[in-house]
Design a protein around this ligand. Structure first.
Ligand code: M6R
Length: 587
């Protein structure tokens, strides 16, 4: 959803911004740009493509103040002209977000004026210049008071020796270090550079000069904002010898399970108060987070006996949900920034409900809104495709469900540790690649399962389509004969997950139905009888026997690796799939 970064008071500011911008590329990679400032003059380079495409221009960007942007296009196609920064008169800016009333503002203030881009952002920089009467902060305050939508803005004014940062509904942090002041979309972008940061609140305006930062509210009254230790560490950004972040992060699945489990044990104390008297649970999330919610639903119902619904956050928002004091809404989000999920949480609060956030981002918008937070300790996830955060979310939901059920969390933690150990073994296996070749050659890949295996099937399908661009669908095995079977032929592949002995014969029926239509099948199973019955007929991948409820933590690793290997065979970049970005901060 666009990454923004800025620095003032640093020699070679453009070079600093360039390096940090690369760490934000997961937020979007349609275009990149940097502008610097020296003695009131702007220097700029911007281009369609990834951050490296502007690397050669850095040397001509003079000055010790610079701003940078990596874009996920919303308004206006990916192009040089639509790349940020945008400049108008004495102002230059980068923007993350969407200005919903940009057309109305353009019409009102710039009728007949030809804009240089098709972006919504350009109207903001033009307004700044229009309202400027010698006080840059006043121009910023007036401009943002007119904006409807979401924004994190980093602004340079030719007459102000520093940067101005402001935000609403999109993230921005300020960093402190070595006589220079920094800002960025998130903490990892400043890892290793700033040991202390401030997380800006909505409506805050920060004025950054070399080594000094002042905070104001929308009326330009001075306010205080606390410094916190930067939670991001630079070593997390290393690839540790892996060719892609996706593989590195799949390898971190076991530690994600263990760390999330440990964090839960430390953080669970206050949770009982929020859970007391809960009679109904609604889980909301998007994409992978929604899929982990499908697993969580089973836990809440099986262990605690609490009726649980799972909704995509974008749908939930517009459904006039029925919430009361005995409804707990669990909002799941890796980033804690996803607009639909954050807005769903706000809606619940407005209706008097309780929100429990399950998130990998302790300082995110979602944690600010939530009544309670269940931490996911997956560590920074850079690949756009979620992997270790998915297993971290399942871990957190499992522990939470045990608390709700009044069950022994220590026994649960022990089972999780054992399962994490088993996951390590799967990650090292080399035979998962064999079926990837079949997937890469297929017109469509279908993921099937029953109960918890169905939940993982939905995630397997999302992972595969997201990074390989092979059409895919995940559905309950029992549904095959109600329509999808019509799609099965020799050019399709199906992945059937079977981990519950009680349901195995039913899912094996689906295997037979696919084979008899000449479809290719991979059976992922830890059920001995299924192994015997399907071996020789279909491709079979045996996974270790584990606690029935924790099998998603193992089958997830298989489908993640399958997607990764398929993407590589097709020459895709698994870390940066086309058209996508990691944090979706717009509707
Ligand atoms: O940060 P969030 O967990 O809220 O993100 C939600 C989805 O955008 C995300 O899970 C997306 O589906 C993943 N890229 C899938 O791999």
């Amino acid at each position: 959803m666009c990454g923004i970064v800025g620095v003032t008071g640093a020699v070679g500011a453009a070079g600093v911004v360039y390096k940090r911008l690369k760490l934000l590329e997961y937020r979007g990679y349609d275009s990149a740009g940097i502008a610097s400032m020296l003695d009131g003059r702007f220097y700029i380079c911007k281009r369609r493509g990834r951050v490296y495409s502007i690397g050669g221009d850095i040397k001509r960007l003079h000055g010790d103040t610079a701003i940078g942007h990596t874009r996920w296009a919303t308004h206006g196609a990916p192009s040089d002209a639509n790349a940020h920064p945008h400049i108008a008169g004495r102002f230059a800016l980068v923007h993350n977000g969407i200005i919903e009333n940009y057309a109305a503002l353009k019409e009102k203030y710039f009728s007949g004026v030809e804009f240089a881009s098709q972006t919504d952002s350009e109207v903001v920089v033009r307004l700044l210049d229009l309202f400027y009467e010698g006080d840059a902060l006043a121009a910023v305050a007036k401009t943002v008071s007119l904006l409807v939508g979401s924004y994190a803005l980093v602004i340079m004014c030719a007459d102000f020796d520093g940067l101005i940062v402001t935000k609403k509904a999109n993230p921005a942090i300020i960093g402190y270090g070595d006589g220079a002041s920094y800002c960025a979309s998130d903490a990892p972008a400043l890892a290793g550079l700033c040991s202390e940061i401030t997380v800006l609140g909505d409506g805050d305006i920060a004025a950054l000069t070399a080594g000094r930062v002042e905070f104001y509210d929308g009326n330009l009254h001075v306010i205080c904002r606390e410094k916190i230790a930067n939670p991001a560490v630079s070593t997390e950004l290393d690839l540790h010898g892996c060719p892609h972040y996706m593989l590195k992060e799949i390898r971190e699945v076991p530690s994600s399970i263990i760390r999330t489990c440990d964090a839960y044990t430390c953080a669970s104390d206050g949770l009982s108060d929020y859970l007391n008297g809960v009679e109904r649970i609604i889980i909301v999330g998007c994409g992978t987070a929604y899929n982990s919610g499908l697993v969580g639903k089973r836990y809440f119902e099986a262990f605690a006996g609490i009726p649980t619904e799972v909704e995509t956050a974008g749908e939930f928002r517009y459904k006039q949900p029925i919430i009361n004091g005995r409804t707990a809404v669990i909002a799941i989000s890796q980033s804690g920034e996803t607009a639909d999920t954050v807005e769903a949480a706000k809606l619940v609060k407005g209706l008097g409900g309780k929100v429990i956030a399950v998130t990998n981002s302790p300082y995110s918008e979602l944690t600010r809104i939530a009544d309670a937070v269940v931490p996911v300790e997956a560590g920074q996830e850079i690949c756009v495709a979620a992997t270790k955060s998915y297993t971290g979310q399942i871990t957190a939901l499992y522990m939470l469900s045990l608390t709700l059920a009044g069950m022994d969390t220590q026994t649960g933690a022990k089972k999780l540790y054992e399962t994490a150990e088993l996951a390590k073994g799967i990650i090292e296996r080399t035979d998962i690649g064999a079926f990837a070749d079949t997937c890469a050659r297929s017109d469509g890949v279908y993921f099937l399962g029953r109960d918890l295996d169905y939940a993982v099937a939905t995630e397997g399908s999302l992972k595969l389509k997201e990074i390989s661009y092979v059409p895919s669908e995940g559905y309950p095995a029992g549904e095959l004969k109600h329509g999808t079977l019509a799609l099965i032929d020799i050019r399709t592949a199906s992945v059937v997950i079977i981990t519950d002995p009680a349901l195995a014969p039913k899912s094996e029926n689906a295997v037979e139905q696919i084979l008899s239509r000449r479809g290719k099948v991979l059976v992922v199973t830890n059920v001995k009888d299924t192994l015997q019955r399907t071996e020789g007929k279909a491709d079979v991948l045996e996974i270790p026997v584990c606690d029935k409820y924790l099998s998603p933590l193992l089958s997830a690793v298989v489908v993640q690796l399958l997607a990764y290997k398929t993407a590589l065979l097709l020459g895709r970049d698994p870390d940066k799939p086309r058209n996508l970005a990691k944090s979706v901060t717009v509707e």
